[in-house]
Design a protein around this ligand. Structure first.
Ligand code: BMA
Length: 837
């Protein structure tokens, strides 16, 4: 008679010790999943800032009588969802598992190793991944190990690559059971379920097959599909399954509720449940939420080269969003609630896509669940980054298993719409002149050359994605250009790092140097002052270039790069608070030029299919390219992106001329243009206003242009006005644009003479009216650049970091301000101001 499966998480009762410790005591582990650094901290041992855990062996142990009541005909399994990384697992002194890949999960049948009359002792020994990486490098001298960020031994090890340190994160070589350990007792269990489906072209029907793989005996199975309301829309029972390990059930749904990205429709999710039974006894069951959608990566020749954009449920979607890194060095301490907060930020900021970057991890289930729920599209890299990876046979096997498991785990998530082979590894092939002949299509020969990882990116991974997933395209790398140089702006995606890295272009030129899809670009900014105060414990270190602040910026040459862009654009400012503000302003300006220009190009024959800023988040508190710091405090760029990504967004820009005043005459005139981007599926109708406001006096230097009855084309860009500014005859003015629907202003933009440092910002005449609770009305006498109220935890402003001009006051509404109201107007600054209270 079959036994109903029971599963228990082995989260408590563990101890750990390090072999290099003098006392060698076993210490208490508060919870599994864990990594050794968390346990050290829990035990009051601050070993974070030195590297001993990185080079020592760590043992985790637990012993209980957890199996005393196992029925005779049942099997007992230990399931390890993830072991970081070189792990040897012993049960009652017998080695039951060896693992060398952090991204793998394992299921081990332990029935025959159990004792029933005494506690069962489970020990996991972790070896140093740092040292093993170095040893592997020596052992495999037939390969060339190349890596930027971290040491080269990392490319031999299947462990999150950022653990070796990155240009935004410290070296913290974790070890431990980083994902849950479970114990399952069952006579049959569901090994895997694949919901394979097609949404018909007319979106009126979904047909599919649910493939189930079972281990153990069962004779019946039941499939049910329910709407989130609980209503069952499909159910079927299959009898006579005797001794079949795999079976399939076809299903179809008429008039399905489809899953759409945020802003394009609902995020309809269905619950799919598979039960396997013996008679009427359920032996095991499996339930996941899934959504149905069509998904295409559109790559067609056009007048700009070859397109690169996504079409979801027949709708072309401009993918504005941001790249995602692991949001902690110690993944087990990121709660599902924290994941949700991060991802909610994206939706709140009108972002629609995130790219799970290849130097981190295949994220936690709750990450993808939340993306499904919120309608965030996921570009999923495989875990390879910034290196030339070796490819010996055992490593390839491990990678294949890792990729299969990742794809199996993610394939019911409608949010996952692209797999990419790696992050920037083709740049290593190019930069180090490694063997690559695009016309050679013989994968085995690639293994013999100096760029063997091509075999992984162009043979192994694509065959796994196409064979084991459905409706998710594969792209060999980010960036990649189908045999052309990976920075080719006409085909594929690019990482546009010629601002900040590379040739250090002016950020005002971002729109001219974009590609068909800009999957990385960015600018650094300091985190919030309150975050800095948290990690700077010595007050004398509270200075913009102090040792502590420098330590919390891991990017080589960061001081020079920030200084360069500041010197090019902003007046000098002293004092830490001013420095924090000005770097944040720098970041938000740079990112505005990128997003605004590239979103405009969407309407130009899909010239640009998306923009993903590097990076949304941080793994620790510091200065980086993140637009929100590790304590979830937003930097100004968050708001500027949000404004450019509104469904209807106005843009105005004069041509940027980057001649310096030292050697050339400034251009006599600057052409300008005003446009509106519309991501709605219908044309919209609006009024547009353009003013020319003197920076010095706040007067309009020309009569405003007002255009009523503008038709804003659906899912595109409408160019509305253009003209010329006479730079030598007219005084420096701000072009301020407003978009009005039914006389209500729904979007604003402002274009300032560049660089900003040549403007005088004296006497702006800023007035904050706080007479209405929770609302601050900002009025100015002269154009005011990027007025920023201090961010406060738990308080949500409707906007921040705004440009304000005379005659157009703006009101910022705060949610959650009740208690703070008593404190009066929050601190604010703007360009050229001293701080105001
Ligand atoms: C990109 C990323 C990361 C890096 C960032 C900033 O190339 O892929 O490797 O952190 O640049 O340098």
């Amino acid at each position: 008679m079959g036994v109903t499966s029971t599963t228990r998480e082995l989260s408590s009762g563990w101890t750990f010790k390090r072999t290099d410790e003098e006392d060698g005591d076993w210490k208490h582990v508060q919870r599994v999943p864990t990594v050794v650094h968390l346990d050290l901290m829990d035990n009051g041992l601050n070993s974070l800032m030195h590297s001993r855990p990185a080079v020592s062996q760590i043992h985790f142990s637990t012993a209980t009588s957890w199996t005393s009541n196992v029925p005779n005909d049942a099997s007992v399994y230990l399931i390890f969802e993830g072991l970081d990384t070189f792990a040897s697992v012993r049960l009652n002194k017998t080695v039951i598992l060896e693992s060398e890949n952090m991204f793998l999960s394992h299921r081990v049948n332990i029935t025959r190793f159990l004792t029933r009359d005494a506690p069962n002792e489970l020990v996991i020994d972790f070896d140093s991944a740092l040292l093993r990486g170095r040893a592997l490098e020596k052992e495999h001298s037939e390969h060339r190990f190349i890596a930027h960020n971290g040491e080269s031994g990392r490319v031999a090890v299947r462990k999150a690559q950022y653990h070796w340190g990155w240009d935004w994160g410290p070296v913290l070589m974790t070890a431990g059971p980083w994902r849950p350990v479970r114990l399952q007792i069952c006579s049959a269990h569901i090994e895997d379920v694949w919901i394979k489906y097609d949404v018909h072209q007319d979106l009126e029907k979904v047909t599919g097959t649910v493939h189930v793989h079972v281990q153990g005996e069962c004779n019946r199975a039941r499939l049910s599909i329910r709407l989130s309301s609980g209503q069952t829309v499909f159910s079927q029972t299959v009898d006579d399954l005797a001794s079949q390990a795999s079976f399939s059930i076809d299903f179809s749904l008429d008039h399905p509720e489809l899953w759409y990205p945020a802003g394009y429709g609902q995020q309809a999710l269905y619950s799919v449940t598979v039960e396997v039974l013996e008679g009427d006894t359920t032996l095991d069951d499996w339930t996941r939420k899934t959504g149905f959608r069509r998904n295409e990566l559109v790559q067609k020749e056009d007048r700009h080269g070859v397109s690169f954009y996504f079409r979801i449920n027949n709708i072309d979607v401009f993918c504005g969003g941001s790249c995602w890194i692991p949001s902690d060095n110690f993944i087990p301490r990121i709660s599902p609630a924290r994941y949700r907060q991060w991802l909610q930020l994206m939706v709140d900021g009108n972002q629609i896509m995130t790219r799970v970057w290849g130097g981190g991890i295949y994220e936690e289930d709750c990450f993808y669940d939340t993306c499904d729920e919120l309608g965030i599209l996921v570009w999923q890299d495989f875990m390879f980054a910034c290196g030339s990876y070796p490819a010996w046979p055992a490593l390839l096997e491990s990678v294949a298993e890792e990729a299969k498991q990742a794809v199996h785990r993610l394939r019911h998530h409608p949010s996952v719409i692209l797999y990419a082979g790696n992050n920037e590894d083709y740049q290593f092939q190019e930069g180090y002149n490694l063997d690559y002949d695009y016309s050679n299509k013989n994968p085995d020969s690639w293994l013999k050359g100096s760029f063997p990882a091509r075999y992984i990116y162009e043979h192994l991974l694509p065959s796994i994605v196409s064979g084991e997933s459905h409706g998710v395209p594969y792209w060999p790398g980010s960036p990649f250009s189908n045999g052309k140089h990976s920075a080719d702006p006409k085909v594929g995606d690019i990482h546009q790092w010629d601002v900040w890295h590379g040739t250090q272009e002016h950020y005002q030129t971002f729109d001219r140097i974009g590609g068909r899809f800009n999957s990385e670009f960015g600018m650094e900014a300091f985190p919030a002052m309150s975050t800095i105060r948290d990690f700077v414990t010595n007050p004398s270190e509270l200075a913009s270039h102090s040792r502590t602040l420098d330590f919390h910026n891991k990017a080589d040459g960061h001081a020079r790069r920030i200084a360069l862009y500041l010197a090019d654009n902003f007046p000098a400012m002293t004092g830490l608070e001013s420095h924090v503000y000005i770097t944040q302003l720098l970041q938000s300006e740079a990112i505005t030029f990128a997003y605004r220009g590239w979103r405009r190009q969407w309407g130009d024959g899909r010239r640009c299919g998306g923009a993903l800023v590097w990076q949304l988040n941080d793994c620790w508190p510091g200065t980086s390219w993140a637009i929100v710091d590790n304590f979830l405090r937003k930097k100004p760029a968050f708001y500027t992106i949000s404004r450019t990504m509104q469904p209807l967004a106005i843009g105005v820009q004069r041509d940027y001329s980057d001649v310096t005043v030292c050697h050339a005459r400034p251009s006599q005139s600057s052409p300008y243009a005003l446009w509106v981007t519309n991501s709605l599926m219908k044309d919209a109708y609006a009024k547009v206003e353009l003013r020319f406001v003197s920076v010095a006096t706040g007067q309009d230097i020309r009569a405003p242009v007002v255009k009523d009855g503008c038709v804003l084309v659906a899912n595109g860009t409408t160019e509305i006005l253009s003209g010329t500014i006479a730079n030598t005859r007219e005084e420096p003015c701000v072009l301020t644009a407003r978009l009005l629907v039914n006389d209500k202003c729904i979007s604003r933009d402002a274009d300032w003479p560049q660089p900003l440092k040549y403007l005088s910002f004296a006497k702006r005449g800023v007035l904050i009216d706080a007479s209405e609770p929770g609302r601050y009305k900002v009025t100015v006498e002269r154009p005011t650049k990027r007025l920023m109220f201090d961010e406060r935890d738990g308080v949500e402003p409707s906007d921040n970091c705004i440009d304000v001009v005379p005659g157009d006051p703006q009101t910022i509404e705060y949610k959650g301000l009740e208690t703070d109201m008593r404190a009066g107007v929050p601190k604010y600054r703007y360009l050229g101001s001293d701080e105001h209270q």
